[in-house]
Ligand binder design. Structure first.
Ligand SMILES: [Fe+2]
Length: 453
């Protein structure tokens, strides 16, 4: 049974001393602290067979990120004025082969994501799409396992597994993952992805100024939109007592440092603490819904990050007696990204498909596509929103990368063009009079679910 309960205070696994920094065991093993907030925040202690800084000094190298993972360092440009739909899907349906954007889309995931000249693992194939001062969105489509270990010293990472699955091996033990999972990997934790066979496509959100916090509304509390008990933490250790040459790459900003150790980095015989990697399955997101109003996107927030919030639009009941479409809006402080995972995508109006990412810059109005709005105005109600998408909104100023611009569909601004051609939406000399008459009749009307007068 995939269940993990901690019965006492701080979680712990394996062999640990009576308390951190205390007890005779510390004369025989090597304690290491992984801590946030100076020495006063979340912390985990690991207990090692060998000193954690037993690197081979002659082999330590600092590398440019641009050489090690070229698309991760893709230059950033100011963003505004137009919306973008990015065709970062791996084999999904979308662009016609003769469209201008198709030149940028060689078809193979590796080439698409800019790592054609090596094996394309999770990190060397990472491509930056959007970033602000404290958070970023990236995408990767790994084609093989990592033959090294990785530590992100600059950010805690939130992965969403759009396609694929495998094992995330960490210093604190393994986590199995599959399609639809979030994986949170705290800053500095040594790890390695071992993807299973088959296509892999992940979105990765970096939080540079603080760990993601579980979103909770003051009035709805701990269990909407998910519960902390939905998190799955490592619960087993496979301690490795191995000699050899073990490469660890660590990243901070645009610098990657390689170091080599003579013993396996997963030589941990026990750990204790609350600074941990974890998994959250999207099926365990239980969304807030409302029959008589439209829940705004922020009502679907699962994680807040400094400068960013992450929302999940998942399968849920359609509003019965209210707008079941997004209202037209302009988000005046945040650039919105929406990554489409599965489903009908009612707001997309058939324009977007799985794997694609839309980018709606700060201030620029947007809303339902005309086809979807027509259905709503005609009184249709689909009953259930069959969709899963991940929205990440980035506080302004947000920037877009050259890599993302190369994937941008040239036709996306035309997705709303029926508003200028469909006679239902275009100029009508009688429109003002008609709406005044409707206002007389409907302006003060209530929906049918309201209590009686
Ligand atoms: Fe929006």
């Amino acid at each position: 049974m995939d269940k993990y309960e901690y019965w006492s205070g701080l979680p712990e696994v394996g062999i640990v001393p009576r308390a951190p920094h205390a007890g005779p065991l510390l004369r025989h093993v090597y304690e290491q602290e992984h801590g946030r907030g100076g020495f006063a925040g979340k912390v985990t202690h690991t207990y090692h067979l060998y000193p954690p800084n037993n690197w081979l000094a002659d082999e330590t190298r600092a590398l440019d990120l641009a050489a090690w993972a070229p698309a991760w360092d893709s230059p950033l440009r100011p963003l505004g004025g137009t919306h973008h739909a990015l065709s970062v899907d791996v084999g999904g349906p979308d662009m016609a082969p003769d469209s201008p954007g198709a030149r940028k889309r060689p078809g193979a995931a590796g080439a698409l994501l800019g790592h054609a000249d090596h094996d394309g693992d999770v990190y060397r194939g990472m491509a930056r799409l959007i970033a602000n001062a404290t958070a970023a969105m990236n995408v990767t489509a790994p084609r093989g396992p990592m033959d090294y270990f990785f530590e992100n010293h600059g950010a805690t990472m939130v992965f969403f597994i759009h396609q694929g699955g495998g094992t995330l091996d960490t210093l604190l033990g393994p986590l199995e993952y599959r399609k639809g999972d979030f994986l949170v990997i705290p800053k500095g934790i040594t790890h390695r992805f071992d993807p299973a066979a088959g296509p892999q496509h992940y979105w990765m959100y970096e939080s540079g100024a603080g760990d993601p916090q579980k979103a909770e509304s003051p009035s709805t509390g701990r269990f909407i939109t998910h519960s902390e008990s939905d998190y799955r933490f490592p619960r087993s250790l496979e301690t490795r007592n191995e000699a050899g040459r073990f490469e660890i790459f660590s990243k901070v900003g645009a610098t990657v440092t390689r170091r080599v150790h003579p013993t396996h980095p997963f030589d941990v015989i026990g750990w204790r603490g609350d600074y941990l990697p974890y998994r959250l399955a999207v099926e365990d997101v239980r969304p807030l819904s409302a029959d008589r109003s439209h829940v705004p996107p922020s009502g679907h927030t699962v994680f807040t990050l400094p400068g960013c919030y992450l929302c999940v639009f998942t399968v849920r009941s359609v509003e019965k007696d209210a707008m079941w479409l997004p209202f037209f809006h302009r988000n005046l402080d945040y650039c919105e990204t929406l990554a489409y995972h599965w489903g009908d995508f009612f707001s997309g109006g058939g324009v977007v498909g799985p794997g694609m990412v839309t980018v709606h810059p700060v201030g620029l109005p947007h809303g339902p596509k005309p086809a979807a709005l027509r259905k709503f105005m005609d009184g249709a109600n689909p009953g259930v929103h069959h969709e899963v998408a991940v929205m990440a909104d980035f506080a302004n100023p947000a920037m877009i990368s050259d890599h993302a611009l190369g994937l941008s569909r040239p036709d996306y601004m035309a997705a709303w063009s029926a508003y200028t051609t469909d006679s239902r939406f275009t100029f009508d000399p009688n429109r003002l009079a008609d709406v005044r008459a409707l206002g007389e009749r409907l302006g003060d009307a209530r929906d049918s679910l309201a209590p009686p007068d």
